[in-house]
Design a protein around this ligand. Structure first.
Ligand code: ADP
Ligand code: GLC
Length: 504
């Protein structure tokens, strides 16, 4: 291995009696605005930024996808790693992201520079070499966190996010002396990174790791289980989800392990980037507004309707959805009651991409109800902001939701959400009842059972409330003035990292 010295600046303490803030390596397989398929990208941009304000010395480790390489500046070569086992030769670059993030980019053209998404090819199939792509990513995260790392800048804590960096705690466990403690953060337990057992030796891990007390999962290897088993601590993205994953069905087969480790498991609710998601300044809106200029919100609705050929009728509330179109998100509940929603009456607009069947059903609805239902297939960041602003009510009937960000964006945009009581939705939306209205805490409409009837009842309550303008304004204002910033949660992470610092 030929490593150059990693010359990243150190923060020196002027007060030796006061401990230095922790140094954190945050390994993430996507980060806004360079590459995004879902909420992890938003978190990987906003949480490190909030941590920096708390003086945590954080570097984000990202794979060098083409979209990352073309967006970074101040690039400095840090190290070169020759081919090793299944891993091709690669380079590490220190760089700045478009939002001045401090990045370490893992450049390996053979693995990461291709047309298509970070995990799927252009046809929507998993890249066949994902085990090697994210095996290398995990390996490098561990290497940078090990005592043997030749880099000057060493983290106190390595935070792994989801299965793509889940193997890093296993490499730390078997690869010599770790310098950093490891935290495995679960954003979604449904994705586990499961591969054939033959990858264990190919990825340089010892056969003893392929064990029930290890990374073995029903005869295969699991990247996520490796992280959950070998990491020093575990966290997930809401307190309710932290409880839900300790039993079936949301434990997805890992509930026993999680329940057994619950003494080191924390649920910390995500925040939102309040600069990027602010209706008063958002450049993607037709007209900006805030809680004191609510009538201006309506111009965004007019614009949305104009763009999507929906009828301009003031009697009709507009129900909005921005989502990955997968079973988790409960879009089938919306499809199942679409006729009843339209008959309320209401209009529906959906932006999303995902399973062919759900896309097909939504396209059919839009055809059958031209002027009332619109479906835009695709991923469009700026349109997602306009829908948050232009819709009256946001629909998020997820079957499960580790945290969810859109329900928080929608509350901030004065677009009360209809959500199922699960995961982060349960932790961030307050159901509208006489009691919660009386104390000005109602921000949305919550239902329990994942059935079309329960969802329809909550959506109907939302539409009835929308028809009462004073009441509606109150619910809108409650959501818009609620604090969804990262500040409190970033402090909790910082305190957690402090407790994890290896003793010096
Ligand atoms: P998940 O990560 O499970 O998809 P989240 O609610 O945490 O769910 O985050 C989803 C993020 O992806 C949000 O920022 C949302 O606006 C965005 N998003 C999802 N689908 C689309 C789309 N089709 N176009 C633009 N943004 C989208
Ligand atoms: C995952 C979850 C989502 C969460 C996001 C960010 O994609 O599905 O609920 O908000 O990660 O933590």
């Amino acid at each position: 291995m030929i490593w150059n010295k990693l010359a990243l600046p150190r923060i020196e303490s002027l007060r030796p009696d006061v401990p230095l803030p922790p140094r954190l390596l945050f390994a993430a397989s996507e980060a806004t605005p360079m590459t995004k398929t879902g909420g992890l990208a938003d978190v990987a941009a906003a949480l490190p930024a909030a941590l920096r304000e708390l003086e945590v010395d954080v570097r984000v480790l990202l794979p060098g996808y083409s979209s990352v390489l073309s967006a970074i500046t101040h690039v400095q070569p840090l190290a070169e790693l020759p081919a090793l086992g299944a891993f091709p030769a690669c380079k590490l670059l220190a760089a700045q992201g478009p939002d001045r993030q401090q990045l370490i980019v893992l450049a390996c053209p053979e693995l990461y520079e291709r047309a298509g998404g970070p995990y799927l090819d252009a046809a929507g199939k998993d890249w066949p070499d994902n085990a090697v792509r994210f095996g290398l990513f995990s390996y490098v995260a561990a290497l940078l966190s090990a005592d043997s790392s030749p880099c000057e800048w060493r983290p106190d804590v390595l935070q792994c996010n989801d299965w793509q960096s889940g193997l890093a705690p296993a490499y730390l466990r078997f690869g010599g002396r770790p310098h950093a403690s490891s935290l495995m953060t679960v954003h979604n337990l449904a994705y586990q990174g499961i591969f054939a057992p033959s990858f264990v030796p190919r990825l340089g891990l010892p056969s003893q790791s392929l064990h029930i007390d290890g990374l073995e999962y029903h005869g295969n290897m699991s990247f996520l289980k490796a992280g959950l088993f070998y990491a020093d601590r575990i966290s997930t993205v809401s307190p309710t989800y932290a409880r839900e994953i300790q039993s079936e069905p949301l434990g997805f087969g890992l509930h026993g392990l999680l329940a057994g480790r619950n003494a080191v498991l924390d649920g910390i609710l995500n925040g939102i980037d309040e600069r990027a998601w602010n209706p008063a300044t958002d450049p993607a809106l037709h007209t900006n507004y805030d809680a004191d200029r609510l009538p201006d919100k309506a111009r965004n609705k007019t614009e949305l309707r104009r763009r999507f050929g929906l009828r301009q009728n003031p009697e009709l509330p507009l129900l909005g959805i921005v989502s990955r179109l997968i079973a988790q998100k409960g879009i089938d509940l919306v499809v199942a009651c679409a006729e009843r929603l339209v008959a309320l009456p209401a209009q529906i607009i959906v932006l999303g991409t995902g399973d062919a069947d759900i896309e097909h059903d939504l396209a059919a609805l839009a055809r059958d109800h031209a002027g009332t239902v619109a479906f835009m297939r695709g991923f469009d960041e700026s349109l997602s902001h306009l829908i948050e602003a232009g819709a009256d009510i946001f629909l998020m009937p997820s079957r499960f939701e580790p945290c969810g960000l859109n329900q928080m964006y929608s509350q901030r945009y004065g677009t009360p959400p209809v959500v199922r009581r699960t995961g982060g939705l349960a932790d961030s939306v307050v159901d509208c009842t006489p009691a919660t209205l009386a104390i000005d805490s109602a921000t949305g409409f919550v239902f329990d059972s994942p059935t079309p009837a329960a969802f329809l009842a909550a959506a109907t309550r939302a539409v009835h409330t929308w028809r009462q303008p004073d009441l509606w304004r109150q619910v809108q204002r409650n959501g818009m003035t609620r604090n969804f910033s990262w500040t409190a949660s970033a402090r909790r992470y910082r305190d957690l990292y402090q407790t994890m610092r290896p003793a010096t």
